[in-house]
Design a protein around this ligand. Structure first.
Ligand code: IPM
Ligand code: MG
Length: 354
């Protein structure tokens, strides 16, 4: 059966990096049907809406979505509903993409890219499982109002036990296929929502006897990530803490341009995007690193299409071009060969053709 992929290039470097990932998907000759639509600032400019109806329809009908990046200072002064980020939050909620998988892996070839000492990060392989459709990001009530003659801002953190359970299951199942450790990150010493989070994680644990569950408060987790990151296998946490910790974890590898991500619904329909942003400063200059987007396409093959072998082929192609010392500017070191976005794509295609 032909699989449909909705391609959403977005803003900044988005179009350049998704173009390379699309070439990779085409080169695999799996007969994917790909259709492109607008999201983010590009959609605001063209249609006045960061997640227009036409995009919603295409995304809903597709088997998977490949996204570049959204955002840029150009749109920062628009009302909140029209900001590019709203497009991203909108598609996550619309497609019920509650499970965000953000791997932070240190490639041995890039060991020097980290700001941490090599002995602290060598062998790093963490999977952050971030809940993506709940928490304070979506909680009501929210707003800025006038109260007692001053402005008053408020947001609401909440989680139902079913929301916690379903993201917990994703984490336990992922850990079962990895190093069998889940660290659940919360703030139960202060927040009731997080007490429930911890209780539900504890209730789930007996169903996964081969996985070891531990708990950590989020402030300590932030510290442990830079003190001794090798202690972690899978980390599971809520939407807001996951936003922060996943940026921190990505920087352990020193190369955010290398990190893919997947956001999945209950049926493994997914949205795949690089973990980095739209980098408007280098947009259109053939400078961006397309590898995170290409690795996101590999995650798509694995999670949405169950094509493990093809996913590995793409991941190995990435390892091989790194071994050939090809580097885009973000991961460049002296002695390496500097290449542009398109040349990096060419090198991956050449590897796949071997
Ligand atoms: C992310 C981003 C988004 C988030 C923004 C752009 C809305 O930071 O995907 O981590 O906060 O979730
Ligand atoms: Mg973020």
């Amino acid at each position: 059966m032909t699989k449909k992929i909705c391609v959403l290039p977005g803003d900044g470097i988005g179009p350049e990096i998704t173009a390379q990932a699309v070439r990779v998907l085409e080169a695999l000759n799996l007969g994917f049907e790909m259709e492109t639509a607008l999201i983010g600032g590009a959609a605001v400019d063209a249609a006045g809406d960061p997640y227009p109806q036409a995009t919603q329809k295409l995304a809903a009908e597709a088997d998977a979505v490949l996204l570049g990046a959204v955002g840029g200072s150009k749109w920062d002064s628009l009302p909140r509903e029209q900001r590019p980020e709203r497009g991203l939050l909108g598609i996550r909620k619309h497609l019920n993409l509650f499970a965000n998988l953000r791997p932070a892996v240190l490639y041995p070839e890039l060991a020097n890219a980290s700001t941490l000492k090599p002995e602290i990060v060598a062998g790093l392989d963490i999977l952050i499982v971030r809940e993506l459709t709940g928490d304070i990001y979506f909680g009501q009530p929210r707003g800025i109002e006038n109260r007692n003659d001053e402005r008053f801002g408020f947001n609401t953190m909440h989680y139902s036990e079913s929301e916690i359970r379903r993201i917990g299951r994703v984490a336990f199942e992922a850990a079962g296929k990895r190093n069998k450790k889940v660290c659940s990150v919360d703030k139960m010493n202060v927040l009731e929502t997080m007490q429930l989070w911890r209780d539900v994680m504890n209730e789930l644990a007996p169903e996964y006897p081969d996985v070891e569950l531990s708990h950590m408060l989020v402030d300590n987790a932030a510290m442990q990530l830079v003190r001794a990151p090798l202690q972690f296998d899978v980390m599971v946490t809520g939407n807001m803490f996951g936003d922060i910790l996943s940026d921190e974890a990505s920087m352990l590898t020193g190369s955010i341009g290398m990190l893919p991500s997947a956001s999945l619904d209950e049926n493994n329909k997914g949205l795949y995007e690089p973990s980095h942003g739209s980098a408007p400063d280098i947009a259109g200059k053939n400078l961006a690193n397309p590898l995170a987007t290409i690795l996101s396409a590999a995650m798509m093959l694995r999670y949405s299409f169950n094509l493990e072998e093809e996913a590995k082929r793409v991941e190995n192609a990435v390892k091989n071009v790194l071994a050939q010392r090809l580097r885009t500017g973000d991961i460049f070191e002296s002695g390496m060969t500097r290449v542009g976005t398109k040349q990096m794509g060419d090198a991956i295609l050449a590897e796949l053709g071997k």
